[in-house]
Design a binder for this molecule. Structure first.
Ligand SMILES: NC(=O)c1ccc[n+]([C@@H]2O[C@H](COP(=O)([O-])OP(=O)(O)OC[C@H]3O[C@@H](n4cnc5c(N)ncnc54)[C@H](O)[C@@H]3O)[C@@H](O)[C@H]2O)c1
Length: 251
């Protein structure tokens, strides 16, 4: 008989889980035994493929369509999770987007779009998740920040501010929720090989790579492995931390 996974009996929600890092995290949590709510915004077909992959891994998935920046849509998916599986134990705030341009050319719309998804989305989901986690006296919230949130990056004022904001959110929620046995941590990936990085020019990619001591871009699985560890009971005494997953680029 196979051993039960470390997340057997747990319910996870991964936002923006239809592709890239979110997809890898959803699969990894499922492989560890969790049932996984797969949030997606518009790509139903891609989300269905994640659903199938989770079933193939021997777990269960629930497809949850919502824009994480929309409070009533967020409320609806948490209600659905509550009804289906009794609420969430593990929340991974992964949904994110970029709208890059230099400050003098950055529109208010592009500022708002990035802050609304990357930071407000994490606030709305964390608030909804914390209600259940406080009741269960167990919980894990893991925010996907970025090295850009630590160091800044020309052309990404909105993105860097959102990812730095996530660190303040992480540390504050860690303090607020620690006594309820809920840990809140962030990871700060470097350059990970997903659609987000694929949009860079070859020249920009070569320049970035030259700065990575490990001389390669990360994979979505590199990130998923650390997130899955933070979700387990083995990481019970880790809270309010920011863990770099960047091949050494932030050194
Ligand atoms: N790829 C990298 O190098 C890198 C590095 C550091 C941090 N990150 C972060 O990791 C996370 C995942 O990025 P990725 O590289 O997989 O990018 P991606 O663009 O492939 O995936 C992002 C996902 O978020 C979803 N999403 C966007 N806005 C949403 C909204 N309002 N509501 C619900 N879902 C929404 C998208 O549909 C997509 O599925 C993001 O938060 C990103 O900022 C990525």
């Amino acid at each position: 008989m196979t051993q039960p996974g470390p997340l057997q009996g747990k319910v996870a929600l991964v936002t923006g889980a239809s592709r890239g890092i979110g997809r890898a995290v959803a699969l990894r949590l499922a492989q560890a035994g969790a049932r996984v709510g797969v949030n997606y915004r518009s790509s139903r077909q891609a989300a269905e493929a994640v659903d199938q992959a989770i079933r193939d891994a021997g777990s269960e998935a629930l497809l949850l369509s919502a824009d994480v920046s929309n409070a009533s849509q967020v409320q609806a998916i948490f209600q659905e999770l509550e009804q289906a599986w009794g609420g969430v134990d593990i929340l991974v705030n992964n949904a994110g987007l970029t709208r890059d341009s230099l400050l003098l050319r950055m529109s208010e719309e592009d500022w708002d779009a990035v802050l609304d998804t990357n930071l407000k989305g994490a606030f709305l989901c964390s608030k909804a998740a914390a209600r259940t986690m406080v009741r269960k006296r167990w919980g894990r919230i893991i925010n996907i920040s970025s090295v850009i949130g630590l160091a800044g990056n020309p052309g990404q004022a909105n993105y860097a501010a959102s990812k730095a904001g996530l660190l303040g959110l992480t540390r504050t929620l860690a303090r607020e929720l620690a006594s309820r046995n809920i840990t809140v941590n962030a990871v700060a990936p470097g350059f990970i090989d997903t659609a987000m990085v694929a949009s860079l020019s070859e020249e920009a990619k070569a320049q970035v790579r030259a700065r990575i001591p490990m001389d390669r871009f990360g994979t979505p699985d590199d990130v998923a492995a650390v997130v899955a560890f933070l979700a387990t009971s083995e990481a019970a005494y880790v809270t309010g931390q920011v863990i770099g997953i960047d091949g050494g680029i932030a050194l």
